[in-house]
Design a protein around this ligand. Structure first.
Ligand code: 4AD
Ligand code: MG
Length: 482
């Protein structure tokens, strides 16, 4: 029989039924005859309390195990489920036997562990800094914070799949290795089996990739969008949800080199439909989290970001504000002119909005989520649909307080001539994108899509300040441990 998870045991009616639990010891309190052990199996927030009563007579193995038991050890405990006299918990285990499955050496009074070369279990009962916990990313899921983030992340990805399934979007698996640069930003990780030290040069001095594994230069994908467009041009509505990679050397609290992206792409959707989808998507998934992750959300509200539940409830109800990039820049310029020290970078039409501008816009000007549209073509990717002004494109970014950009998307250029003209303008080799251009040759339709940074969404929901703390094993410039 499979072990029963603690979250189910805690929900049972205590009738002195025989119960067996498995988990890791969080605390041990030895009070002469009574010994209390709190055990967690990560299935829920609460630990289960196991009370050993020495005066009732315990077997020798259990007595020995109790004296050897330390925080972090894995255990199997048998006993009876009884009402708990303590406040804050309905039930506890009147424990009869204890088996240590795996010990976790602790420091003794001399600051040494019994086994000389085994360092002590680092998660002792005190508050550890998030920076310290990042160094022990393999053990941090045993803390309340990281267990809660992990459960939230898991639920959130399920809720996202459920949302798109209910809206008739098909889940599409796009390749991780690619030869194209979707965003044209050049921040890609190269994938090669060639040894750079012995790489042959072609006659023109450039490296010869014909001998490489794929016979050409390849990279880890920055986005599954282009391939998603191909499938949206056949199945109408698709979405991807997978890892994406960016070799941006930006050491910020909202950038990772490896992150997960959710990218819906829909045929016969114009920019307005795309905005409506993004808003409905965010609100529906937020509602699902608030309804179904109550314990985790209460924890984040108490310990990570006060008031976050109320804030997200409001967002899930309110209408998102829409503003064009041109209007947004005017607002930012106005704010900057009345306070010269407000921004590090001066807002200016034609330059990308800096994170400080995005945050000011959503936190101070709009005071809530905002969708910014119609950005200058020069700061957006080649595939975005040109507006009649020939200066701006049908782009949309969703900005939220605390983070700034959480979604980037657009209506796509579906006109063959215009797409080719734009690609030539910015010197993209059309022959490298011939299959993508084909989509405009054969049965082209208006279509749109967007990308949501999954980790930013997790950050937004749980209030964690640093993106490194919402992905199990973060990859950033200079950091690929574990
Ligand atoms: O705005 P981006 O670059 O858009 C695209 O990649 C489009 N191809 C998406 C589409 O239209 N299908 O990225 C989309 C989102 C951003 O809004 C941000 O939330 C997240 O991905 N993102 C990152 N998250 C963590 N670390 C990074 N380095 C990120 N770069 C982008
Ligand atoms: Mg973007």
């Amino acid at each position: 029989m499979l072990p029963k998870l603690i979250k189910y045991i805690l929900a049972e009616t205590p009738k002195s039924q025989e119960t067996e639990i498995f988990g890791w010891v969080r605390t041990k309190r030895d009070m002469k005859n009574l010994i209390f052990i709190e055990v967690s199996d990560g299935s829920c927030f609460s630990c289960i309390q196991c009370a050993f009563d020495r005066s009732a007579g315990l077997d020798k193995n259990t007595e020995d195990a109790l004296s050897a038991l330390t925080t972090g050890a894995s255990v199997k405990i048998k006993g009876r489920l009884v009402p708990s006299p303590a406040s804050g918990q309905a039930v506890e285990i009147a424990a009869e036997s204890l088996l240590i499955i795996g010990s976790a050496p602790a420091e003794n009074e001399c600051g040494k562990t019994p086994l000389l070369d085994v360092p002590a279990y680092p998660l002792q009962k005190k508050r550890h800094s998030l920076e310290f916990l990042r160094e022990i990313a393999h053990l941090r899921p045993r803390t309340n914070t990281f267990a809660a983030v992990a459960r939230l992340r898991s639920f959130l990805s399920f809720a996202i799949h459920r949302y798109f399934r209910e809206k008739d979007f098909h889940y599409l698996h796009t390749p991780i290795i690619t030869s194209g640069d979707c965003e044209g930003a050049g921040a890609m990780f190269q994938v090669t089996t060639l040894d750079p030290a012995v790489m042959k040069q072609s006659a023109d001095g450039s490296s010869d990739y014909t001998r490489d594994f794929f016979g050409k230069k390849t990279f880890l994908t920055v986005s599954g969008q282009l391939e998603a467009e191909a499938y949206a041009s056949a199945l109408s509505r698709v979405y991807t949800f997978g890892p994406t990679f960016r070799a941006e050397n930006s050491n910020t609290t909202r950038h990772l080199a490896e992150f997960w992206m959710v990218e819906p792409e829909a045929a016969f959707f114009e920019l307005e439909d795309n905005m409506a989808l993004a808003e409905d998507f965010i609100k529906s998934v937020l509602k699902a989290v608030l309804d179904e992750c109550g314990d985790e959300m209460k924890f984040f509200d108490s310990f990570i970001e006060k008031g976050i539940i109320e804030n997200l409830q409001k967002v899930a109800q309110a209408e998102f504000t829409h503003i064009t990039y041109t209007e947004a820049v005017k607002e930012l310029e106005k704010a900057a002119s009345s306070d010269s020290g407000l921004f590090e970078y001066k807002p200016c039409w034609g330059s990308d909005l800096q994170s400080e501008h995005e945050k000011f816009l959503t936190e101070k000007i709009i005071k809530g989520p905002v969708i910014v549209t119609d950005y200058p073509k020069g700061i957006k990717a080649f595939y975005m649909k040109m507006n009649d002004d020939e200066k701006t494109v049908r782009a949309m970014d969703v900005l939220v307080p605390r983070l700034g950009e959480i979604i980037g998307g657009s209506q796509r250029e579906d006109n063959l001539e215009k797409l080719i003209r734009r690609m030539n303008e910015i010197k993209l080799k059309t022959r490298d994108y011939s299959w993508y251009i084909d989509l405009r040759r054969y049965g082209s339709v208006p279509h749109s899509g967007f990308g949501l940074g999954f980790e930013r969404f997790v950050q937004y929901i749980c209030g964690m300040a640093n993106i490194r703390d919402v992905i199990p094993f973060p990859r950033t410039a200079g950091q690929a441990e574990f």
